[in-house]
Design a binder for this molecule. Structure first.
Ligand SMILES: Nc1ncnc2c1ncn2[C@@H]1O[C@H](COP(=O)(O)OP(=O)(O)OP(=O)(O)O)[C@@H](O)[C@H]1O
Ligand SMILES: [Mg+2]
Length: 255
């Protein structure tokens, strides 16, 4: 049979944020990449509130409060659909096959090796239990992992390395470090950004060319239910948004 008569089954691309340490920006990055992709990939009938969005944000637990965020959205509808699996297995693998869905952006919680006596050569550091199984399911589906690190905040650096060396590399998962929460005004020589990039380079970790700068508007956004595409117009908002447009463009180039 010629190849065009036997097309590959549909499979949405899955982009997942992973970082063992909390607070580095997994949820901020996940929600805003979903918003930018969603703005550019609207539902086929935007006037129909039941028409599915091709872009879906997914969370495995209530942490990160995607649900809370979405309920505060001042607009009628987010530019993406979202699902929270609460760790239930099987939902994401089914969603990947949904012909209406093209991209799934998954936000994960931090994780830790819950058994310190476990052999370092053990398959992965996720431990056991339902949350670990949910994370393994996501790992198996992920096309591109995003690992946030924060310049100067060294508490995010070791856990990023751990995430990459123990979780992503052993599973052969394509990843990019995302330098987030960079205080671009603090150091005029930009040494902190350069140091962070060098940290990646010496370890052979590819990083996204666009760092996400630190802006108060991002920190206030979950409370207001806003994503970057809904920020009110201002110079700061444009710069804050620009970082995520560039990040989303880079993501699209990698999947
Ligand atoms: N670029 C940024 N500028 C300003 N604030 C930011 C930025 N990125 C993240 N933050 C803020 O830092 C805090 C932690 O970010 P976020 O919730 O995205 O981290 P996380 O990795 O999802 O954490 P957890 O593992 O606990 O879910 C939040 O208050 C968020 O608003
Ligand atoms: Mg989070």
């Amino acid at each position: 049979m010629p190849p065009h008569d036997n097309p590959e089954p549909h499979r949405a691309k899955v982009i997942t944020t992973f970082q063992q340490k909390g607070g580095a920006g997994k949820s901020t990055i996940g929600v805003n990449v979903a918003a930018v992709l969603g703005e550019n990939n609207p539902p086929s009938d935007p006037s129909d509130p039941d028409c599915p969005c091709p872009i879906v944000a997914a969370g495995i637990d209530l942490q990160g409060s995607l649900d809370e965020w979405a309920r505060k959205v001042p607009e009628e509808r987010l530019p993406f659909d979202y699902v929270i699996t609460r760790g239930k297995l099987g939902e994401l693998p089914a969603l990947v096959k949904d012909p209406a869905v093209t991209r799934i952006i998954v936000d994960t919680p931090g994780f830790a090796d819950i058994d310190p006596t476990k052999d370092l050569d053990a398959e992965d550091p996720l431990g056991s239990g339902p949350a670990a199984e949910a994370m393994r399911e996501i790992l198996a589906l992920t096309d591109l992992a995003l690992v946030p690190v924060v310049p100067v905040e060294t508490l995010t650096h070791g856990p990023a390395e751990y995430t990459i060396e123990r979780l992503l590399r052993p599973h052969g998962i394509k990843f990019r470090v995302v330098i987030n929460n960079w205080d671009s005004g603090a150091d005029r020589t930009r040494a902190d950004l350069k140091d962070m990039q060098e940290w990646c380079e010496v370890r052979g970790y590819p990083y996204m060319p666009q760092a996400i700068r630190r802006y108060k508007i991002h920190a206030k956004a979950p409370e207001a239910g806003l994503t970057v595409i809904q920020y009110p117009e201002s110079g700061t908002a444009l710069r804050a948004r620009e970082d995520f447009y560039k990040l989303a463009l880079a993501v699209e180039g990698l999947i």
